[in-house]
Design a protein around this ligand. Structure first.
Ligand code: 5RP
Length: 298
């Protein structure tokens, strides 16, 4: 049984408001500014970390501008728009999926028009592809790029190690493929998505080949999950962009050892991809209910 409670000690307890919660994250070396908290450059960031920190630093003014815009009070909109400031001319950008990234796309389109920003985007879903085309964001096929400079995506849950559950919108497979070729993955969330332990509040989506679904379901139960087939609002089975089904898995007490669970899930024939995104995120932008955006770098 891999889900549920185990003898492992839980992550350090996060107390109080998110503002205080962030102080207990690893490298919680935060520089508090009016209207935003910006992670100060870490000494041990990877080779290109300095470059990325400059991007974060130059984005800071924009976050304050957001704060000045009293019409932006939605935490998802705050985080989504702020992340678009990380994009620089000439970048190849992975475009995530969901209602938070929607605001990133809108802001990117504004910048493309106002600053003549030249970017090429790779969408992570049919929905994002359609939105990007409508907004005039140039797109290329995944196969025409080897690496992406930056991907901006949402999450359903993210913990203090930047491990995540994704796939609430059903785009987990393409999102993980795009994340895997991204130099940097920036995650945009409202503060309600930051959790102590994955899987306590949100069920883990697992994309499966329809033929194999009954077999996979039994295997998931033996791993401690309670799976249920995802349905659309009209009651029909939800079908992913890749023509697969999704089993949403509850774990009593949450997911105690996500890495071990991921290995076990990927070993089940018929599982195409899981919504566990481990070690893939580098930057976290949290839209707070009080109108600030908090930025953390791993
Ligand atoms: C889609 C995803 C989304 O990024 C995730 O569900 C968050 O969505 P939203 O920004 O609408 O809350 O993983 O597969």
């Amino acid at each position: 049984m891999l889900g549920g409670q185990s003898g492992r000690s839980p992550p350090r307890r996060l107390r109080g408001s998110l503002r205080h919660d962030l102080l207990v994250f690893p490298r919680g070396d935060l520089c508090r500014q009016r209207g935003a908290l910006l992670g100060s450059p870490s000494r041990d960031v990877p080779r290109d970390g300095a470059f990325f920190n400059r991007l974060l630093a130059s984005a800071h003014g924009a976050f304050r501008a957001e704060e000045a815009n009293v019409s932006v009070t939605n935490p998802k909109e705050l985080a989504g728009r702020a992340a678009a400031e990380l994009v620089r001319d000439g970048m190849r950008v992975g475009l995530g999926t969901g209602s938070t990234v929607h605001f990133t796309l809108v802001r990117l389109a504004e910048r493309i028009r106002a600053e003549r920003l030249r970017i090429t985007g790779v969408p992570t879903s049919d929905d994002t592809e359609r939105k990007a085309r409508e907004l005039g964001i140039p797109l290329v096929e995944l196969g025409s790029v080897e690496r992406l400079d930056l991907t901006i995506d949402g999450a359903d849950e993210i913990d203090g190690r930047f491990d995540m559950i994704k796939g609430g919108g059903g785009a987990l497979l393409r999102e993980k493929v795009v994340a895997s070729i991204s130099e940097r993955e920036a995650i945009v969330v409202g503060e309600d998505k930051v959790v102590e332990r994955l899987g306590v509040r949100f069920r883990l989506p697992i994309e499966v080949v329809p033929f194999a679904a009954p077999v996979v379901e039994r295997a998931l139960v033996s791993l401690g999950a309670t799976p249920s087939l995802r349905k659309r609002n009209d009651g029909a089975t939800f079908v992913s962009d890749n023509h697969n089904w999704i089993l949403d898995c509850a774990f009593a007490g949450g997911i105690a050892d996500a890495a071990r669970l991921e290995r076990a899930l990927k070993a089940v024939p018929g599982v195409v991809e899981t919504g566990l995104f481990l070690g893939l995120a580098h930057v976290l932008l949290v839209g707070c209910n009080d109108g600030r955006v908090e930025v953390r770098e791993k």
